[in-house]
Design a protein around this ligand. Structure first.
Ligand code: PEP
Length: 250
């Protein structure tokens, strides 16, 4: 059985004090939920402040990006070793906002995934088609390209810790959630691509999260789909009550 993951992507929100207040609100609301892995992803500067607040909870800490070199003359970047040092165990890679605004490509995503794995971080690898691609009937083509490109060169063993997040770009922050059927169809397709690349055992094990306007009132339907193993949540992760309700599947 695949243990579900509910991850909150706080994007460019929450200073240190705001983040600590959110954890204080969230932690008691999700205490005792052992059947779900809960992850929160604050901005880089907040990471080192959270491990003490998360001690005694089962909430894990993720960064929102990583660079592929360990150290060197790369102004503004943060390496896997530095994220570990700051207390992160997971890292979001290839979020559509990074692809759209910061020039991420399948190649840079691939380098980051490899570096994260080498540095013992769990990558939350994001993929998803734009509205144009969906309307042009190219959803599967885009997803196949992103999955193959992002995971190129990994062995089945190296791939094992990776979590995939399918996030249709047209559903992120728009309030337009994919229907359960649209999401399930894409997830099944992605699992099929993983089967081709790494075999059935790996594909049966990989957690594929859905992301895109997940809210307390739509999480249950999504989570009832065979190939949906959790959610990557943006807006609704910024409040303890709504995120906790998603962790409890509504
Ligand atoms: C996201 O940031 O990954 C996301 C899915 O955002 P939202 O839930 O706000 O659509």
């Amino acid at each position: 059985m695949r243990k579900p993951v509910i991850a909150g992507n706080w994007k460019l929100y929450k200073t240190k004090d705001e983040a600590l207040a959110l954890i204080e609100e969230l932690a008691p609301l999700v205490a005792g939920v052992d059947s779900v892995e809960v992850v929160v992803a604050p901005v880089f500067t907040v990471l080192p402040s959270l491990p003490a607040a998360l001690a005694g909870t089962s909430i894990s800490l993720a960064a929102q990006d990583v660079f592929w070199e360990e150290e060197g003359a790369f102004t503004g970047e943060v390496s896997p070793r530095m994220l570990l040092d700051a207390g992160a165990s997971h890292v979001i890679i290839g979020h559509s906002e990074r692809r759209q605004y910061f020039g991420e490509t399948d190649q840079t995503v691939n380098k980051k995934i490899k570096a994260a794995l080498k540095g013992a971080l769990v990558p939350i690898f994001c993929i998803g088609e734009t509205l144009d691609a969906r309307e042009a009937g190219e959803t599967f083509k885009v997803l196949e390209r992103q999955v193959q490109g992002g995971l190129e060169g990994l062995t089945e063993t190296q791939f094992a810790p990776v979590i995939i997040a399918y996030e249709p770009v047209w559903a992120i922050g728009t309030g337009k959630v994919a229907t359960d059927e649209q999401a399930q169809e894409a997830h099944a397709f992605v699992r099929g691509v993983v089967t081709k690349m790494f075999g059935k055992t790996a594909a049966d094990k990989v957690r594929i999260l859905y992301g895109g306007s997940v809210k307390p009132d739509n999480v249950k339907g999504l989570m009832s789909c065979t190939d949906i193993d959790g959610a990557l949540v943006g807006g609704a992760s910024l409040k303890g009550a709504s995120f906790a309700s998603i962790v409890r599947f509504g």
